[in-house]
Design a protein around this ligand. Sequence first.
Ligand code: FAD
Ligand code: 2HG
Ligand code: ZN
Length: 486
Amino acid sequence: VDKFPGYVRNENFKELTENDVTYFKSIVGENGLVYGNEDDLFAFNTDWMNKFRGKSQLVLKPKTTQQVSDILKYCNEQKLAVVPQGGNTGLVGGSVPVFDEVVLNLQGMNKIRGFDSVSGILTADAGCVLEVLDNWLAEKGYMMPLDLGAKGSCHIGGNIATNAGGLRLLRYGSLHGTVLGLEVVLPDGTILDNMSTLRKDNTGYDLKQLFIGSEGTIGVITGVSILTPHRSKAVNVALLGLESFEDVQKAFKQSRIELSEILSAFEFWDINALHMFKKHATPKEVMQSEYPFYVLIETSGSNKDHDDEKLTTYLENMMEEGVAQDGVVAQDESQIKNLWSLREGFTEALGKEPAVYKYDISMPVPKIYECVEDMRQHLKDGGVFGQEDSPVTDVVAYGHVGDGNLHLNIAAKRLDKKTSSLIEPYLFEWVSKHQGSISAEHGLGVAKNEFLGYSKSPVMIQLMKSMKNILDPNGILNPYKYLPSS
Ligand code: FAD
Ligand code: 2HG
Ligand code: ZN
């Protein structure tokens, strides 16, 4: 399967030689690389969705910042293209090579560097797995400020490189706020030590911000300083069943008033998402009947009685006012886990479909479901959805309501040109018309880079290209991605 149709290898990049491999061995040692064996290389060449696959012959696994620096210095001099890779859970094809780029995988850089239990500031290597950090912090009464379904595999460096949002952004904010400092190796090998542990520092341009969400195109993140919140003593999770997206919005608006400071997540999914989950996994039954929409609400606070009372009153009000048709509160840890695993399980369930067109868009909250309904109708009108033999089998919606972030997933029997040309650029035009973003949290990679113009002006794109040229004049870092080719 040609996973990168239409791409042409940049002939300015050198092809890997035995001499190069010998040189890399002198940096990372025999055990610090994977070379030549297709089977061993497969997992590093293939993305999480099995949608994109490159042909790299070499994976390097440095253990120190100095090794990363030595590798990049050499690659830059030799014009060897490089793909930085974390846990390889990205959903836009950014973490795998397009052609024969060297994979620079950060999994060997997994040490916690320090923790200040007064301020809650954690410093760590970029290759630390998010869940490992979270479990480590749990013992100290703290938690990571972000959480996502891929926590067991994704790296904190990968999270920062993609500016991942996740399930609790509503409460703890974006990485642009919680990341206090970064250590980054620039494409020429220069180590940029910006590992600040200060909450406040208004001295000069805030350079670290440039690397948050830069998807490995201007530097390799090797170290992270991040502000972590206290782990809440009392956590509640409730599930609501609702009739309409109008009601989802009412429930959200009211949750901000009634649950206010203890609200830590407000997630939604539609009945199609539930059916998709049920098709590929067995959820623990939590509600007797099915509803067109579901909302998962999490509260996190310091006083269980206080939180219980608030949540119960909120749920009673929602039921009395007819906003929610049904509501349950998880009674223990395992029920909380079940509800979250249902919400976090849609991506994996969809991954079991023969093909999925995946979109991650943001827009004003009232527009979210209009977008889904419009797409369903558009695909029906286009003759690819709604009949027994249609290629599209379902249009599934879920997402982070609190962030105005919709995950629109179009399941299909196969990927075909007619369907994809009906979806793109139609969807991006729709999003742009409603002042939205074509990529809310997953980034651009190779899946969305050519459509950047729907979310950013020509002046902004030109400035981005100029910045890329300043930092990476040879264009060795993560080529063919992120910025539009023309
Ligand atoms: P990778 O996939 O390895 O890399 C992603 C990008 O970052 C690539 O461009 C890569 O080149 C670059 N990169 C990686 N590490 C570095 C580094 N150290 N320095 C420089 N560049 C680097 N995303 C969300 O925002 N919210 C979610 O809720 C969410 N849920 C997910 C659930 C599932 C089941 C899955 C599979 C993915 C989900 N994602 C989500 C997408 C994804 O962005 C995140 O999983 C994560 O942030 C990627 O981290 P990673 O370490 O796997 O990075
Ligand atoms: C989520 O919120 C992730 O579950 C993945 O961002 C979204 O599968 C998706 O499209
Ligand atoms: Zn998400």
